[in-house]
Design a protein. Structure first.
Lengths: 116, 504
């Protein structure tokens, strides 16, 4: 991946994190990695834990960013969420888990809550 | 958030089934899910529709689309729903107003560039719709208008359709493919030299709807004779013409000549498979040759070369006039009332008719004859030998009667049959025979002795009376059947001389 593309992704994640903070969420993890892969953003509000996949694109030329979150990727994020919860010490108290997709474009951010 | 319901229809067998295309657009990862039991070709609509919408310069929504094909319990086949799905998506996502599509149904396949392509079965499909108007592909418009149903609007592309729906442009007025009237005169019986017995048999077959088997050596003219039979049958009336046209439309044939008025002739080759002959195959349950011959003639040349299983599958349509094709998921009932005409050689080398000329070994003969089951042979009311015409007849013989003359007598006989409440005498029920085909005492004795000699089955007895009725009708005799009528019928149901496998 080129430096420019890494930068685009990082900037997108920063804007998505800002979006959640503005709505009263606490960002508890960013780019959490394990052998299975990476979670872009984990936020909490009350006892709801939100796992957010951030997709950033510089234009719509290759389709809507959120379309890139395929069923296979959705499954992997489900698995990563379980691993992340197991990894927390002290354990996170979660009554509800939610999976969001944040579609970031140069001049807009579209967060699809409970996307999958 | 948006929702739309667009009426459309699919064809299964020869019947159209209405389908409501429901589209929901809402929050979620952009994409399109198609539910409601679509088959492979129907599921591919997803990709065709998207490309066609983009090619038509309309916006493809970022919302999550769910398309349901209701009723969701029956399998949806084919690509006829593409256009309805595209319109549904555009309404649900706000590109079109609900008002702009009110009262309209949509039928057609979409190309990736937005062209609207014709689909098979447009006649039964349009017949199944109860909307005010229906939008169909240009190439299907003529066929769609044969149906006494919704007003037909023809479009060539999705872009053109959108412009018309939005009121930006008037509805397009395309040049339709020109309707061809049935081309050429049917083959005429006048071309047949000699062959008085077979000509007679053809006339009786046409008049009474009796199945005919011709046995003779190669080159005797069996095919030539059979192909002249449809020309002797009366043209189809409005109801039958519609029925036959529906079947041919469902099979994917374009009805460029308008309603099919002439009785069809189908002559499948003996290599035809079971599915090709009886229909079925895919989930669409395409009609087979027996259904395409509905209202007309099914000609099986080289009868003994057909696989025995295929021939035995003909028994149900021969008895009931329909064929039921069952698959795991459902059963389709396809109309199949036809006049069966078959031809075969007396033996594999074809020369058994002439004494001493046949060179077939006994084993081969036996195998050849075993292929025809007794029950099938029993269905042929008329079995005649066809001989090669002799030299004088071929070179100098008078031309025979024309088809038009014979067809007049056939039509008159059919009128008599109609008075008895049937299409043709072959359809008279057994219990009505006493009323419509009584026999004189002498004729009764003739039948009794034939029965005693074991040359006639009980079913054969009824069949003889029906044929005799037709013979009498053609002769203008409307009373009790005499020995001449019964005798001729018996004569025309000659024992099939197939070596050891003779069948009465």
């Amino acid at each position: 991946m080129t430096a420019a593309r890494l930068e685009l992704g990082a900037a997108g994640e920063e804007r998505a994190a800002a979006w959640y903070r503005a709505r009263g969420y606490v960002v508890v993890a960013r780019n959490w990695r394990c052998r299975e892969g990476e979670l872009d953003l984990v936020c909490t509000r009350g006892r709801t834990v939100v796992f957010c996949e951030v997709k950033t694109r510089s234009s719509l030329a290759y389709g809507h960013p959120a379309e890139a979150v395929t069923p296979a990727k959705q499954q992997r994020i489900h698995k990563l969420a379980v691993l992340w919860l197991a990894d927390q010490d002290p354990p996170v108290r979660a009554d509800a888990l939610r999976f969001d997709v944040a579609a970031v474009l140069p001049r807009s951010i579209d967060v699809i809550e409970a996307a999958f | 958030m948006g929702f739309a319901t667009i009426p459309s229809a699919i064809v299964v067998g020869v019947d159209g089934h209405p389908v409501a295309v429901e589209v929901h657009a809402g929050r979620g990862i952009p994409g399109l899910t198609l539910v409601g039991l679509p088959d492979a070709s129907c599921r591919e609509a997803r990709d065709r529709v998207r490309a066609a919408v983009l090619a038509s310069r309309a916006k493809w929504t970022d919302q999550r689309l769910t398309v349901n094909l209701a009723p969701s319990s029956t399998r949806k086949v084919g690509s006829a729903l593409d256009l309805a799905i595209a319109v549904g998506v555009l309404v649900a996502s706000g590109e079109l107003e609900v008002e702009q599509v009110r009262g309209l149904a949509f039928v057609g396949e979409l190309g990736l560039d937005g062209t609207v392509r014709p689909v098979a079965g447009i006649v039964p499909i349009v017949d199944a719709l109860d909307t005010e108007a229906v939008v169909v592909p240009v190439a299907s418009a003529n066929d769609a208008e044969l149906v006494d149903g919704p007003h037909v609007r023809a479009v060539a592309t999705l872009g053109e359709l959108l412009a018309a729906l939005r009121g930006v442009e008037p509805w397009p007025d395309h040049d339709r493919p020109i309707r061809r009237a049935d081309t050429g005169a049917p083959l005429d019986l006048r071309d047949v030299r000699g062959q008085p017995v077979v000509r007679r048999a053809l006339e009786i077959a046409a008049a009474g709807g009796h199945h005919l088997l011709m046995i003779g050596p190669p080159g005797a003219g069996k095919t030539m004779l059979a192909s002249r039979l449809p020309g002797l049958l009366p043209p189809l009336d409005r109801v039958s013409a519609m029925e036959v046209s529906r079947i041919h439309s469902a099979a994917g044939h374009s009805l460029s000549g308008g309603l099919i008025r002439r009785p069809p002739l189908r002559a499948p080759h003996h290599s035809a498979t079971m599915v090709a002959l009886v229909g079925g195959g895919s989930d669409a349950m395409r009609p087979g040759e027996v259904s395409l011959a509905h209202g007309g003639v099914l000609f099986l040349d080289e009868l003994a070369e057909f696989p025995p299983t295929v021939l035995d599958a003909l028994r149900q349509p021969l008895e009931e006039g329909v064929i039921r094709v069952s698959r795991a998921r459902f059963t389709a009932k396809l109309p199949a009332r036809f006049l069966l005409v078959a031809a075969m050689n007396p033996c594999p080398c074809g020369e058994a008719g002439r004494p001493g000329a046949c060179r077939c070994p006994d084993g081969l003969m036996a195998r050849y004859h075993r292929r025809l089951s007794g029950p099938l042979l029993d269905r042929f009311d008329l079995r005649v030998d066809v001989f090669r015409p002799d030299v004088e007849q071929l070179l100098g013989g008078e031309p025979g009667e024309t088809s038009a003359v014979v067809a007049q007598r056939v039509a008159a006989a059919r009128v008599l049959a109609a008075d008895r409440g049937v299409l043709a005498n072959a359809h008279l029920r057994g219990r009505d025979l006493e009323r419509w085909a009584p026999v004189t005492a002498d004729a009764h004795e003739l039948l009794a002795s034939t029965l005693r000699a074991g040359r006639l089955s009980a079913r054969g007895l009824d069949r003889i009376r029906r044929v005799a009725r037709t013979i009498a009708d053609l002769a203008g005799h409307d009373g009790t059947l005499g020995t001449d009528h019964i005798g001729t019928a018996l004569h025309l149901r000659a024992e099939v001389r197939l070596g050891a496998g003779a069948v009465a």
